[in-house]
Write a protein that binds this ligand. Structure first.
Ligand SMILES: [Zn+2]
Length: 414
């Protein structure tokens, strides 16, 4: 009887399976832009972690799965030995310069990048620069909460240069409340206009998990409910930077339903992220009511990252026709354990429902590791199939679905 655990010819087939995984085309269906300029050591270490705090004195924020992966897999690309210290690594980075570091680490990457441009755009490069550095096709995904926040900003600010009430002055509370009431009446139309300006994007993204958690009332809010929620939100004081952060669950649900109506895929942040996320409220199974209500052929629902809920996400991808998932972000962070996570996602998720993503942000190292560790992880998931007797053609077919085929099909990128 053949067996997945048949170790007889593993050594022989391992190189072939690794070669298959190495040669697959990849479409990165969720990532962000690269940083544009040079980086100091502190900033580099900060970008390596998802928590915004420094390591204890004498320790390094890079003593993590991700930091060790940088020292193991990125150091040689910059002509350093495996295990080079982070200080030495940062020094070498500075010596080579941003262009050369990006050129080296981004080569052999994905063929296409779907970029969520809604996070920290001032700190990051433009989409055109991104296309230049990656040498790949770059398409945009628009963040719904950012579009709603633009509506708020346009209500009170003139071109971002100053708050303008009646007569161009900074409005007092009474005037601001009147402006909020007026704007709330047309909030839905104004959000629609912002979405209309995004014509040509490949999909939408919601960060509900960061704002109010995924366990909100997902029924479609009616017009009166939206007006009242908008009035309440716009009447509140902005934060210290003069921004209105959208946390209102009615308006978040409203934006998501507007996106689902478009027919384009809608990405949801689920699972871990930086320490702004409430992890317990980021379980994708909290989207169950929305998934049930949209199983009639509306837009695909894309569950991003998912860890540590990737098994739950795999179940959802198995039982619902329009649910897809990835384990991006977890792959580079888990470093040497990446293969276990991809294998766990594929316990239940069909191969035609899992996508590749890096969720890389800022550092070229994250794109490089996203690709490299994912290829290694995929090889280790394919290996038992090879041992059991599946031919290379079938392994290429399965790997191609996850690497690029599912993304090309679902986003209509062909
Ligand atoms: Zn992301």
């Amino acid at each position: 009887m053949s067996s997945y655990a048949d170790g007889g010819d593993v050594a022989e087939t391992a190189a072939v399976v690794a070669g298959i995984a190495r040669d697959l085309e990849l479409v990165d269906h969720h990532c962000h832009q690269l940083v544009a300029g040079p980086l100091g050591g502190d900033r580099f270490e900060r970008l390596l972690g998802e928590g915004a705090f420094a390591a204890p004195a004498g320790c390094s924020a890079a003593d993590t799965g991700l930091g060790l992966a940088v020292r193991a897999l990125c150091a040689p690309v910059l002509d350093l030995p495996v295990g080079a210290g982070i200080a030495e690594y940062v020094e070498r980075r500075a010596e080579l310069g941003t262009d050369e570091v990006h050129r080296r680490l981004m080569s052999g990457g994905a063929s296409t990048y779907l970029v969520d441009t809604g996070y920290a755009p001032d700190e990051l490069c433009s989409v055109d620069q991104m296309a230049g550095w990656t040498g790949g096709r770059v398409a945009e995904v628009a963040r719904l909460e950012t579009l709603a926040e633009r509506v708020a900003t346009h209500t009170f600010w003139d071109g971002g240069t100053g708050r303008t009430g009646e007569g161009g002055a900074v409005p007092n509370r009474a005037i601001a409340a009147r402006m909020a009431g007026r704007a709330a009446r047309t909030y839905a139309e104004r959000l629609e206009e912002e979405m209309e300006k995004c014509r040509g994007v490949s999909g939408w993204k919601s960060v509900a998990a960061y704002r109010c958690g995924l366990g909100l009332d997902w029924s479609r809010p009616g017009p009166a409910q939206v007006r009242e929620a908008a009035r309440e939100w716009l009447s509140a004081e902005p934060d210290r930077q003069g921004r209105w952060r959208l946390e209102n669950p009615v308006l978040i649900a409203h934006g998501v339903w507007a996106a689902l109506d478009s027919g384009l895929p809608v990405q949801f942040h689920t699972g871990f992220g930086d320490n702004d996320v409430r992890l317990a409220s980021a379980d994708p199974t909290l989207l169950d009511p929305l998934i049930r209500a949209t199983a009639d052929g509306r837009s695909p629902i894309m569950l991003l990252h998912c860890w540590p809920y990737h098994r739950q996400a795999g179940y959802l991808a198995m039982v619902w026709p329009h649910v897809y998932m990835d384990v991006g972000l977890a792959i580079p962070h888990a470093g040497h354990r990446a293969a276990a996570i991809l294998a766990e996602a594929l316990e239940l998720a069909p191969w035609h429902k899992v996508l590749y993503s890096s969720d890389a942000f800022g550092l070229a190292e994250l794109y490089h590791l996203g690709v490299g560790l994912w290829r290694e992880a995929l090889a280790s998931v394919l290996q038992p199939l090879s041992s059991a007797g599946f031919g290379n053609e079938e392994l290429v077919r399965l790997g191609s679905l996850v690497g690029s085929g599912n993304a090309l099909r679902v986003y209509g990128l062909d």
